[in-house]
Design a protein around this ligand. Structure first.
Ligand code: ADP
Ligand code: MG
Length: 698
């Protein structure tokens, strides 16, 4: 087996390959496009395409595809082979600059939320040279943005790239105010920690809920769950270890910096974290990682569950989005510095995030709103649906002193008077890792923990980038015209702390008392479910933010509103239909079979032992009959709740009706089914139980 450095990135058309396979002139020109967004001319594109094709063919590729991220949440690809007929009846392998730069997949079956009704059915994919092309399953994959006929975004990459641009522009304005003329680019960097479950593929295949919806819709509490906390960071089981090794190999070949892996809190739950990189690449890599996780699992007769809540009463899965801002000169703008200049700059960027998160709590909540994630946010394990920021006690105290112009007492230096440029050295808060905070400052980055495990990280970062760009715009507008920069800076920082300190919360985010305080005293938003928050995407203040920074147009926002709620409705309707089906065709017949056998046993016993009362059999049959009656009724009620949705006029009211009627009815159906499971012997029960699924992989 070769050493990792030898094969790392071997499937990627990366800088090393470009340098080796392109002429110096073409390479320089492409680099300028990648680093500075310079326009690419067709001559360069042709040369790059030819080199890409030769490299891909040498690695066994026969096809190429524009790889993109439509609003379905997964990636899409349409493969074309490189072959082109030659006059002698044979073929040659061809790939032109035009094919590299632009593709024209038929867009009509991708969700567009009505955008296409007004435009044309055709869609365009456009090469994103900032994310390297790679080889996957003998296909050259070219990361692309996906747009409609008039350039309207139909994907997640387009607005993400726009938001990076907006943030870069405003951050540079602010840096210039600090006298920094060197930095040419500011880029958000992200390291997404990916949680997932692994279950045995044979057991998975027996559960239609897992197959159709990615989560269990039934399941009684197993004798053992996660109460012992013995899984977290526990020894990795051999089968799982083999899977992880195989997965790492695949990811490393794809140039993905898979770094840490460990068992998570719930049984069968694990985590994989890569080393952080530019948010655009991190997003592509995370999509690829999720895809490979599932592919590799199949080779180990496992199934990787990415759903946010595969099992009730067991911790769900999220994706911690570690976010920071880097300059092309290698400085992390969220890292507290050693000099007064660095301190003041750090404080201003920190304030920009406080203001952004407070002003746009709703957009952050919306950016993670899916049917799956609703089970997690606000449940007793994940961050709550209320957005707040954890800073740690020390940093919060420092901000408090700056706000009140009060002296700060530090262990190292004693009493000091703080100014924006005089900060005491403070330690990264390690005492309280505060896992309950949805948005935590962890030393030199912010960790947004509300993202769902199955979701793309694009949306969260689009909103975060744009909201922070807006804070920086406001600051730059104020400071550029200031007579005395230092005085104005001090005032801007103090005002931000005063106006936005309500968003800072260092306590336990799971506490009910906090939710009350947050909503009643602090006026923070609490949107427990997707249909509660998604309509606010179209609030004027949010439209103003996203349009003014050129990230999404009003029409694009309207389309995203539609698509998000459509996805929500479809997801839950599939779940409801699956429940009806399983209850009626699997659960009721299974219980009936057991009841019948029990009744037969009782009859036989009575025959053998005259006068035998068959007490427990009678009792059991009574209980199970009551439960099956109940199941039957609840199935009917669920079907009615689903049909009643036909009366909803629009997607907003349909989603609300699903939240208010269908989801609660699904809960009412589940209850008697789970009770019946506890009374029915395993051999009658039609699918594997929670205990088997959660502890079935060794
Ligand atoms: P933990 O949160 O478990 O302590 P780390 O903080 O080391 O682990 O890293 C978690 C994730 O955060 C990793 O993906 C890591 O690459 C990423 N990360 C670390 N530093 C930064 C940074 N400056 N910006 C963005 N992500 C970062
Ligand atoms: Mg972390």
């Amino acid at each position: 087996m070769a050493a990792v450095p030898e094969y790392f990135g071997s499937m990627v058309f990366d800088d090393r390959v470009m340098r080796a396979n392109l002429s110096a002139e073409v390479y320089q020109s492409l680099r300028r496009t990648i680093d500075q967004g310079e326009r690419l001319n067709i001559g360069v594109a042709n040369a790059v395409a030819a080199a890409m094709k030769d490299w891909a063919v040498a690695h066994g590729a026969t096809h190429f595809t524009h790889w993109f991220q439509p609003l379905t949440g997964v990636t899409a690809e349409k493969h074309d082979s490189f072959i082109s007929p030659s006059p002698d009846g044979g073929v040659i392998m061809e790939f032109s600059g035009k094919e590299l730069i632009q593709g024209e997949p038929d867009a009509s079956s991708f969700p567009s939320g009505g955008l296409r009704a007004t435009f044309e059915a055709r869609g365009y994919t456009a090469w994103d040279p900032t994310s390297y092309a790679f080889l996957k399953d003998k296909t050259l994959c070219i990361p692309t943005a996906f747009c409609g006929y008039n350039g309207e975004a139909l994907d997640k990459k387009t607005p993400l790239l726009r938001s990076m641009e907006a943030l870069n522009k405003q951050a540079l304005r602010v840096l210039r105010l600090f006298g920094n003329t060197q930095v040419r680019r500011v880029t958000p960097c992200v390291g997404p920690e990916q949680e997932y479950f692994l279950v045995d593929a044979d057991m998975w295949a027996k559960r239609r809920d897992l197959r159709f919806t990615g989560r269990t819709l039934f399941g009684a509490r197993p004798p053992k769950g996660q109460e012992m906390d013995d899984h977290y960071f526990g020894t990795i089981k051999p089968r799982v270890a083999a899977y992880m090794a195989d997965l790492n190999d695949e990811l490393w070949k794809l140039g993905i910096l898979a770094k840490t892996q460990h068992n998570e809190v719930a049984p069968a739950q694990h985590e994989l974290a890569p080393i952080y990189t530019t948010v655009n690449i991190a997003t592509d890599h995370n999509q690829l990682t999720m895809e490979r996780m599932q592919k590799v699992a199949a080779r180990h007769n496992l199934v990787c569950l990415l759903h946010e809540k595969p099992f009730a009463r067991v911790n769900g899965s999220g994706k911690h989005n570690n976010w920071s801002l880097s300059t092309d000169t290698g400085v992390n703008l969220l890292s507290p510095g050693d000099t007064p200049y660095e301190n003041a700059q750090f404080l201003l960027f920190l304030c920009a995030v406080l203001k952004a998160v407070d002003d746009y709590q709703d957009l952050l909540r919306i950016s993670v709103a899916t049917a799956g994630n609703d089970h997690r946010l606000g449940a007793n394990e994940a961050p709550p649906a209320v957005v707040s920021i954890f800073l740690g006690d020390e940093l919060a105290a420092i901000l408090g002193c700056i706000e009140h112009d009060a002296p700060y007492t530090s262990i190292d230096t004693g009493k000091v008077r703080l100014g924006v440029d005089v900060l005491p050295k403070f330690r990264r808060d390690t005492t309280d890792r505060n896992r309950t905070s949805p948005f935590a400052f962890t030393g030199n980055k912010f960790e947004f923990r509300m993202v769902g495990s199955a979701d793309s990280i694009a949306c969260a970062n689009i909103m975060l980038n744009t909201a922070v760009a807006e804070s920086l715009r406001v600051y730059a507008d104020r400071l550029e015209g200031a007579e005395d920069f230092q005085v104005a800076l001090q005032a801007v920082i103090r005002k931000t702390i005063q106006d936005h300190k309500r968003i800072i919360f260092n306590g336990n985010g799971y506490d009910d008392a906090w939710i009350r305080e947050a909503t009643e005293k602090r006026g923070l938003l609490n949107y427990p479910a997707a249909p509660d928050c998604v309509p606010h995407l179209l609030d004027e203040k949010n439209i103003a933010l996203l349009t003014s920074h050129g990230v999404l147009t009003r029409a694009e926002l309207e389309s995203r509103y539609e698509v998000t709620l459509e996805n929500y409705c479809k997801t839950i309707l599939i779940e409801a239909n699956t429940m009806v089906d399983m209850a009626r065709t699997e659960i009721i017949p299974a219980v009936q079979a057991f009841v019948l056998d029990t009744a037969k046993t009782a009859a036989a016993k009575r025959e053998l032992v005259p006068g035998c009362l068959c007490g427990w059999e009678t009792e059991l049959i009574k209980k199970l009959s009551t439960l099956t009656d109940q199941i039957y009724r609840e199935v009917g009620a669920l079907e009615e709740a689903v049909s009643a949705l036909d009366n909803a006029d629009d997607i907003g009211s349909q989603a609300a009706a699903i939240r208010d009627t269908v989801l609660p009815q699904m809960g009412r159906l589940r209850l008697p089914c789970d009770q019946a499971e506890t009374l029915t012997p395993k051999k009658y029960w039609p699918f594997p139980a929670y205990g088997d699924l959660l502890f079935g992989v060794r």
